[in-house]
Each structure stands twice: as structure tokens, then as C-alpha cells.
Design a binder for this molecule. Sequence first.
Ligand code: GUN
Length: 295
Amino acid sequence: MQIIDGKEISGRIKEELKINVDQLKMKTGKVPGLVTILVGDNPASTFYVNSKAKSCKEIGMFSQVDLLDESISEMELLQLIEKYNNDKKIHGILVQLPLPKHIDEDKIIEAISPSKDVDGFHPISVGKLVIGKDTFLPCTPYGILELLKRYKIETKGKHVVVVGRSNIVGKPAANIMLQKKEGANAIVTVCHSAAEDLTQYTKQADILIAAIGKANFITADMVKEGVVVIDVGINRVEDTASKKGYKIVGDVDFENVKAKSSYITPVPGGVGLMTIAMLLRNTYEAFLKIENVKS
Ligand code: GUN
């Protein structure tokens, strides 16, 4: 059994990007820029947004964080996005989800210029992904693809079972693994909460992608011997032994499932860190296209 070390791989990707950004700066006098927009003060979202900004700065990218009051109107947010669509310093725009109920998430996502859609959530980006065109891949599934690649885990003809069907992880992960491309080319099943017996599907997985959002949901009896487990979950559970009073666990019952796995991602230290690394890579790629520079 091997632990897939997301900390090590994401660190390496950031180092590679830092070198590339330094070179861009020398060549063009410019650096890639990312704006992250957060509406409201949800603690988990605030944590993610700050982590994204910190990583940007670490590799020499320009980072702007806009913290907006919960009461901002949809129109004001749309105007702000339009401003960044036209801002020459900004190559990537990320609006942290979820948004407050009075704002239509689809409208906001569609207002982002597809050329700056580093989250890969715009319908044009999603459409391109589905038909196999070059586009920005959503950062979490892109991170999964990269982990499998760097650990040389065969995907061609393997049965990838995705549990969860969100637009952020489940659906794009399934579409990425389905593509007739290197690092993918898998047989893909997507299952979700409507299944009467999830185990019937998860037991078939050569590679199991758990993106459910429920702590320790995937148990050892739900997987077959030798499975590769990718745990996308980030769940807070009470932990009286910790100073904070909680700890972070995945969607997979790690200790028990580990014993049956050939590879497994830990939480924390697995997929989560990759999401930020791939966001930075998407921002770098957006810069190359917008500024018409070759890497
Ligand atoms: N909320 C949870 N994950 C994500 C993500 O990858 N991007 C954005 N914009 N919001 C999120």
C-alpha cells in the first residue's frame, strides 16, 4: 500500500511554476494575476481564499483578494466581474462558491470571460471538456488527474467509479477520466445518493473517487482488494483531543480502507492541496494565452 502524497506533489508543481513565472517575468516584464472574490465570511471559504492568495504570492504571481459584504447585490457583483474581465493585470477570475441565496450562481459564472475562467466552471469550458477540446479543467479533478499521472497509475481500460455528481468535482472528474487521452481513457461509472445499494458500484472500482461530502462514508466493506482510493472529502468532525475542538477527515474511513488499497490519498495532505496547485497552473496557462506567449 502506498500513500499518495499530495503535499509533496503540489509542492513540486508550485516549484515548477515558480521557475516558469520567473522566466515569464524576465521575458515579458509581466506576471500572471489572479483575483479571488469571496462574498460573505463563511469560515471554510475564507480559509480557502486566503490559502489561494498565499500560494499565488509564494510563486511570484500577482494576487488580489476581494472580500465583499454578504449584502452585495447580484448587479454589483456582475459589474465587478466585468471590471476584471477588462483588467490587463488579471488573467484568472475565481468567485468562491457557494454564493448567498440572493445571487444567481449560474449568472455569475457565465459573466466570467471564458479566457479567464481558471475554475473551468463556465458552460463554454464545461462543453469543451465534454467534447475533448483543450480547455481549463476544474482544479480538483485536474489535481486528481495529475496525482494519478505522477504516481504512474494506469487508467486506460480501468474502471473508475465516481461517487458524487457535483458540478465542481463528480461530473468533471467523470468526464476527464472518460476522455480518449493519456492519463484517462477509463471505463467510468458515476453513482450517487439515489443508488439503492452504492456498494454494488463501489466494489467494482479499480479507482474509486469519493466526492460525497460525508465524513468516513466509504467503509472497507465497500471496496475491493487492491483498489486505488482518491478521497476528495474535507469534513469537520468533533475532536475533543484537539485544541480547535474538531479535526478534518475525508469521505473515506482511511484507517480501515487503507488496508485493502494499493494506493490511497490521505485527508489532509491529499487532493486538497492539489486543487490550489492546479488553480495556479490554470492561471499560468491563462496568462500564456491572453498575452500570446510561448512557455
Ligand atoms: N468551492 C468549493 N470548491 C471550489 C472551487 O474549486 N472553486 C470555487 N470557485 N469555489 C469552490
